[in-house]
Design a protein around this ligand. Structure first.
Ligand code: IMP
Length: 430
């Protein structure tokens, strides 16, 4: 069945929004399956730039129907203001075009306060979360004390659930973290109003998408974050609290096994990371500044959600091979190839070294990456600006060699590369 999954092959921020935008032109449904408003997807169309955190970025194509699955955690304030901003940009978006699973969980100010308190308590061991309440919301879900969107449909029980939740949050804030308690009545009032505004959007996303797939409609599942931030398969504990990897799409949308066709792994032509945690191919100094940019362009490496400068490094094949395996990638899309233009030489991390041994693959997954140093292969760079390139043949030979080498080392065919920030600045590779 025609389910395509777009998944981040690195630590998030791979430019999935661009690839989703391209693929959603052929999709009937576009669906978010994990994470919350910790994600930031930027899509530029003409002179309009959409910065979306929660709504699937494919909805900017008016022919699609958007869905947010049970695997997502929802901050209603972000959701409602995003719906408004999409509408204000002239894209029609109402409850007929956007369905949110009744089984998705709510993020409250309580979760955000706990996120901040927990990060502060970690001190030097802080994860560097986005402070959006993501971890505490998923923790409540797993502890079976979370609040699901379906509960918003009954104002009475919703109010009671909020009451119980806020009592527990305030206890935790005061007793564990000596933090200020929240004004429960104010939060309840705010959330009852959100319930009123959101009720028409709440539905059964699993049935909606399963029926769509059965009738041959194309569904595009949009991952947020990336494989290396996956709760189980990422660089634990420096991970997010959801399942960004491809299998998360099935769980997070309520779809059965076997409906996926393409699993597209999106990777930058280099590597970036926000927040703390190991990063073997990280670079510093002038080359880092060159890869990151200064912050004056929208595509420079500063977080869409937090504005934090991203850590940068060379592309890492040990991790890309791992992402290929964990996700069952059928193809790769390489973004931001144009950023490498003008470099004398480009490096690819092909293996790791530790204790005199060389590793092509990780012996125990990516959690203990701190123990490894990178082994690089150096390729000639290219001077040419790539912004006008639209075909494989128009790419400079050195850029083509770079792509072919990534394909060879990762074992996954490269089908696309982006050569600039605009929608059409894409080279499809046959
Ligand atoms: P949390 O998801 O806010 O709990 O943050 C956990 C880790 O995931 C931190 O290192 C964040 O910087 C990282 N993270 C969360 N969302 C994103 C994203 O969309 N892109 C990149 N990193 C992210």
């Amino acid at each position: 069945m025609p389910l395509d999954i777009v998944v981040g092959a690195q630590w998030g921020d791979e430019g999935k929004g661009r690839i989703v935008d391209l693929l959603s032109a052929q999709a009937d449904y576009v669906a978010r399956y994990n994470g919350g408003d910790n994600a930031g997807h930027t899509v530029t169309v003409g002179d309009q730039t959409f910065r979306l955190h929660l709504i699937p970025s494919g909805v900017i194509h008016p022919h699609t129907i958007g869905a947010i699955g049970n695997g997502v955690v929802i901050n209603p304030a972000t959701l409602l203001s995003e719906i408004e901003s999409v509408r204000a940009a002239g894209v029609p978006l109402d409850a007929n075009r956007l369905k949110i699973s009744y089984a998705a969980h709510l993020i409250t100010p309580g979760h955000r306060a706990l996120d901040a308190a927990q990060e502060a308590a970690r001190g030097g061991e802080a994860i560097g979360t986005t402070l959006r309440g993501i971890g505490p919301a998923y923790a409540d879900k797993v502890a079976r004390s979370g609040i699901r969107l379906g509960q918003m449909l009954d104002v009475g029980t919703f109010g009671e659930a909020l009451q119980v939740h806020l009592l527990s949050v305030n206890q935790r804030l005061q007793e564990l973290y000596t933090a200020e308690p929240l004004n429960a009545q104010a939060v309840i009032k705010e959330y009852l109003e959100y319930a009123r505004q959101m009720k028409n959007y709440i539905g059964d996303v699993s049935t909606l998408l399963s029926e769509a797939l059965k009738s041959g409609k194309r569904v595009l599942a949009e991952g947020a974050q990336g494989t290396l931030l996956d709760l189980d398969h990422g660089t634990y504990p420096f991970v997010t609290s959801s399942y960004p990897s491809a299998a998360g799409a099935l769980i997070g949308l309520g779809l059965g096994l076997g409906c996926e066709q393409r699993v597209v792994g999106v990777t930058k032509a280099f590597q970036t990371r926000v927040g703390a945690g190991p990063f073997p191919s990280e670079v510093f100094g002038s080359i880092a500044e060159r890869l990151r940019g200064t912050g004056e362009h929208p595509w420079d490496e500063f977080g869409t959600t937090t504005g934090r400068p991203r850590r940068v490094g060379w592309i890492d094949m040990v991790l890309l091979r791992y992402a290929g395996r964990i996700n069952g990638l059928t193809e790769l899309a390489i973004t931001k190839l144009d950023i490498l233009s003008g470099l004398e030489e480009v490096k690819i991390c092909v293996a790791y070294k530790a204790d005199g041994q060389t590793y092509q693959n990780l012996p125990l997954g990516p959690s203990d990456l701190g123990a490894f140093s990178p082994v690089y292969e150096t390729l000639p760079g290219w001077r040419e600006d790539l912004w006008e390139c639209r075909t494989w043949e128009s790419l400079p030979p050195a850029a083509r060699s770079y792509i072919l080498r990534v394909e060879e080392l990762s074992g996954v065919p490269v089908r696309l590369t982006s050569v600039g920030p605009e929608r059409e600045q894409i080279v499809e590779i046959a």
